[in-house]
Design a protein around this ligand. Structure first.
Ligand code: PNW
Length: 472
């Protein structure tokens, strides 16, 4: 992009600053997106479907975890959730009314293989066939995630067992074979760090373990291995031309000041602190800094693992929420992170620090470090209190949050990074993991007593963004 276009897009670079002010004021700011930009919404199976015993679905780690007293706020479970298993037609009507072209959904592995492997369950496959056919009939392209944390409970040892990675690859290939006549884009797993670390190190998510470092690293290894083997298996079973990627919540470091030294610090921090996840996937190896840091706790790797983990991807999709702030530092690492403090602005979830610049820097860091062909934002959104007044939910705080983040994604597109779509989390309020139903992320309000869905102000805003294909 040349300087004139940049100014037209409301962007400034240091070099052009002196000449820019007059033209900045005179020219209308163009915040439009490329014509083929995929606007969408995202959801996940356990968070919306309910119907946990319907049609032969097998139990999952989250069924067990949510039914264990003290694990989830209010002892909430996903037993009913948004009842999307029965109400999917209504939910697709909400998507159609928004005008989205794309929808990111996940498949409940245990509806397909109730025991995680073995004989497939035809009724589970039928359900996803119905959903996908209804989406296509509504003119909406599905993007399918194979694993969004609901792990078949019958798999012995869960993610601590290497065989789970092999079982996952078999299931993912099987489903890709069933769906790739209609689904063009598959994501292997959702958020490696969450289902490995939060589940096995912090113990806040299923299965609720607090394992020692060597075992945590092994779980992480099984996570990236599952991804890599699934990439190979999906490619082996899917129609030619099918695109495969991952939906990862890479930890992103925002340079506190946009100068070369702080930007270099942010880049180094991003690569090193994601060494066990996206860095391993994009580089096909565990980098020296990580191996040195972990020493005897480093994961046990078998021959062929790293090649599988590093399987080339068609796209990288990122879930981007909270920033980490970083500055250049004179110490041996070259960077220092700046911790969040009480006055760091937050949305309704304590972890959801607001920092829109992470949207731009996330895309830029991944692009500069690993040059993926295509990028998507597989999730971005926010929890808010959402009081209901006379039937209206005027979530101006969420609109503020989304507008600022989408503005930073626009900046990334305007800079020429290959960002091709955006999936807002979430279509509707749903089961927010350990927070149960106490945290709402939807742009549609769900009354969980009646299952009534009501568009919030943010839905009206998003609809306008999609209609104009521009930030409003
Ligand atoms: C992501 N944290 O999860 C997930 O992909 C979604 O399923 C989820 O609903 C959404 O973001 C909103 O939370 C996260 O505690 C859950 O840091 C928790 C954390 C981060 C991401």
């Amino acid at each position: 992009m040349n300087r004139r276009d940049m100014i037209r897009n409301g962007l400034t670079l240091g070099a052009g600053l002196a000449a820019a002010p007059q033209r900045l004021l005179a020219a209308p700011v163009d915040l439009s997106f490329p014509a083929d930009f995929a606007w969408g919404c995202a959801t996940a199976s356990y968070q919306i479907e309910g119907a946990v015993t319907a049609d032969g679905r097998g139990a999952t780690n989250w069924d067990v975890f949510s039914h264990t007293p003290g694990r989830v706020a209010n002892s909430d479970t996903g037993d009913v959730a948004c009842d999307s298993y029965h109400r999917y037609a209504e939910d697709i009507a909400l998507l159609k009314a928004l005008g989205v072209k794309s929808y990111r959904m996940s498949i409940a592995w245990s509806r397909i293989f109730p025991e995680g492997r073995g004989k497939p369950n035809a009724k589970g496959i039928d359900y996803y066939n119905r959903v996908i056919d209804a989406l296509l009939a509504a003119g909406i392209q599905p993007y399918v995630t194979m694993f969004h944390w609901d792990l078949p409970q019958a798999l012995p040892g869960g993610w601590q067992n290497r065989n789970t990675a092999l079982a996952f690859a078999d299931y993912a290939g099987f489903m890709a074979g069933k769906l790739s006549d209609r689904v063009h884009d598959f994501m292997t797993v959702n958020e490696l760090r969450c289902f490995t670390d939060i589940g096995h190190q912090e113990g806040r998510h299923a299965p609720g373990l607090k394992l020692p470092p060597a075992q945590v690293n092994q779980v992480r290894h099984h996570g990236v291995l599952a991804h890599g083997l699934a990439v190979q298996s999906i490619r082996a079973h899917a129609k030619a031309g099918t695109k495969v990627g991952i939906a990862d919540n890479t930890t992103f470091y925002v340079p506190v000041i946009e100068t070369p030294e702080h930007i270099a610090a942010a880049k180094k921090a991003t690569r090193e602190n994601n060494a066990m996840f996206l860095t391993a996937i994009m580089e096909g190896r565990y980098i020296d800094e990580y191996l040195a840091q972990e020493g005897a706790n480093a994961p046990k790797v078998q021959a062929g693992d790293m090649a599988a983990i590093g399987s080339p991807l068609d796209f990288v999709a990122l879930n981007i929420y909270a920033p980490e702030w970083v500055r250049a530092d004179a110490g041996p690492k070259g960077y220092a992170t700046i911790p969040h403090i009480a006055s760091s602005p937050r949305m309704a979830s304590p972890w959801l620090v607001v920092g829109p610049e992470v949207a731009y820097w996330g895309v830029r860091m991944v692009s500069e470090l690993w040059k993926p062909k295509v990028l998507y934002i597989s999730e971005n959104g926010a929890s808010a209190d959402d009081p209901v007044n006379d039937g209206r939910i005027d979530d101006a705080d969420r609109v503020m949050y989304l507008r600022n983040y989408v503005g930073q994604f626009h900046r990334a597109v305007a800079d020429g990074y290959p960002l091709k779509g955006y999936f807002l989390w979430s279509l509707m309020d749903n089961f927010e993991w350990a927070d149960g139903y106490t945290k709402r992320f939807g742009i549609h309000y769900v009354d969980f007593a009646t299952q009534k869905r009501t568009p919030k102000l943010s839905a009206a805003w998003y609809k306008e963004v999609i209609r104009r294909n521009a930030l409003v």
